[in-house]
Design a protein around this ligand. Structure first.
Ligand code: SF4
Length: 436
């Protein structure tokens, strides 16, 4: 969502005559679009700010912090970070051109006026703003913004406000433009994307309509909540040839008591039943998940339930994190963050080891098959290799000498080797294992 929001900001600023440079040394304005969901993201922002201090000492520079951190930590950032000139929350990007212009003028006059826009809106969906897209293969399209679920660990309802969905006509028009620009894949975005509702349109109808747009070969969506999976949506995923056979289904915990404290609104049994429904419709749908380990008061026995459910479901991949308390959340206000760091770390390690083994087993089952891959470009490790994704969102790497391809091509790739995270069209040297 942040990448998408950066594309919106780019578009809004270009409209007003701002131009962009990749060279930080030439920039008059540096903006950081931030995430408040995990501590690591926070720390990165503070370290970037420390870097910018040196530049700002030498010449005029306007520094802006955008996004969820600006929204959630406005007092801290305005009071303790003199470096920051402009703060704009996720619903306030239309005000940015004005805030930046005023900050530049203020610096020219030797003043230190801060620009602050952090009001949340019940209506803002940026429906009329066409994002300035950089990626040539995948186009992000936000279909709804905000979240009403108030999971107790999550800051999103406070930083991005209440749920509101975009008009489906605008979304479909945007998908048609995206196809005309040559993008092959659309990823529909929302904090709780499958709770999309606009008049008589629900998410299943919207997903099908976007997948029907001529030229769009693949449609993905993220991030859904397990409570919003009616049969029509499962059938759209299982049956529509352009909807990717991949569902990211955040589990968070396998313990009913912890799920209750997290306010996740499903039980271990209901989650398992949903997984069974998905797999009975189509056994090759790739399932991935999010898990939080060491949530407030989680006992060893409750962690063991999470471990068992992870082992039983055998996700293809999982994003596993230690619980980190976020300011202003229900959990921060009501439950002490009382699991010791070493215990959290040990639980995460156990889960990661388990998941790595399962992911590797899943990936090894592709050896000897040929998978259809949407080419993304050069692999991170070598320009002589290319990379892309399967329909199920699994990364594939191959030597350019074996298969010649351009970003945006669909190519069949025979799989000869696999790590826990990647499928390969060549055999890797013994002992070379690429992990998550
Ligand atoms: S559904 Fe997702 S975005 Fe909404 S509160 Fe829960 S974790 Fe946060």
């Amino acid at each position: 969502m942040n990448e998408y929001d950066s594309e919106l900001v780019r578009s809004l600023l270009k409209r007003e005559g701002f131009v962009f440079t990749e060279d930080r040394e030439r920039a008059d304005v540096i903006l950081m679009n931030t995430c408040a969901i995990r501590e690591n993201a926070h720390n990165k922002v503070y370290s970037h700010l420390a870097d910018l201090k040196a530049i700002k000492k030498q010449r005029p520079l306007v520094v802006g912090v955008l996004g969820c951190m600006a929204q959630n930590l406005k007092e801290e950032l305005t009071e303790h970070q003199p470096l920051v000139d402009v703060l704009a929350g996720p619903d306030a990007y239309r005000q940015l051109p004005m805030l930046l212009t005023s900050a530049i003028q203020s610096q020219e006059q030797g003043l230190d006026r801060k620009g602050l826009a952090v009001d949340l809106s019940e209506y803002e969906t940026y429906d009329d703003v066409v994002p300035e897209r950089n990626d040539g293969v995948n186009a992000w399209v936000a279909v709804m913004r905000g979240c009403d679920n108030f999971c107790s660990f999550c800051v999103v309802p406070y930083t991005r406000g209440r749920e509101r969905s975009r008009d489906p006509d605008g979304i479909i028009r945007e998908a048609q433009q995206i196809a005309a620009q040559g993008f092959k894949q659309v990823t529909l975005l929302g904090q709780n994307v499958n709770s999309y509702r606009h008049g008589s349109w629900d998410f299943a109808r919207l997903l099908t309509a976007v997948a029907d747009v001529s030229g769009i070969e693949r449609v993905r969506f993220t991030s859904p909540h397990p409570k919003d999976f009616p049969t029509a949506l499962l059938e759209a995923v299982a049956g529509h040839p352009h909807v990717c056979k991949h569902i990211h289904l955040p589990m968070q915990s396998g313990s009913d008591r912890i799920l209750g404290l997290m306010n996740r609104s499903y039980t271990n049994r209901e989650y398992r039943a949903l997984v069974n429904r998905i797999r009975s419709l189509r056994s090759d749908i790739v399932l991935t998940t999010d898990i939080i380990s060491g949530f407030c008061s989680e006992t060893d026995a409750e962690f063991a339930e999470t471990y068992r459910l992870t082992e039983e479901i055998r996700f293809h991949n999982a994003f596993i994190f230690k619980y980190s308390e976020r300011k202003h959340t229900i959990a921060a206000r009501k439950f002490p963050d009382d699991i010791a760091e070493p215990v959290k770390a040990e639980r995460v390690t156990k889960l990661v080891d388990l998941q790595r083994r399962i992911s590797h087993e899943h990936n090894r089952s592709y050896i000897g098959t040929t998978v259809a891959v949407l080419v993304e470009g050069s692999s991170k490790r070598s320009d002589s290799q290319s990379t892309g994704k399967t329909d199920g969102n699994i990364t594939v790497v191959w030597d350019n000498s074996l298969i010649q391809s351009q970003p945006g091509d669909f190519v069949p790739v025979p799989i000869l080797d696999a790590s826990a995270s990647t499928l390969f069209a060549h055999r890797r040297p013994q002992g070379q294992e690429i992990l998550f």
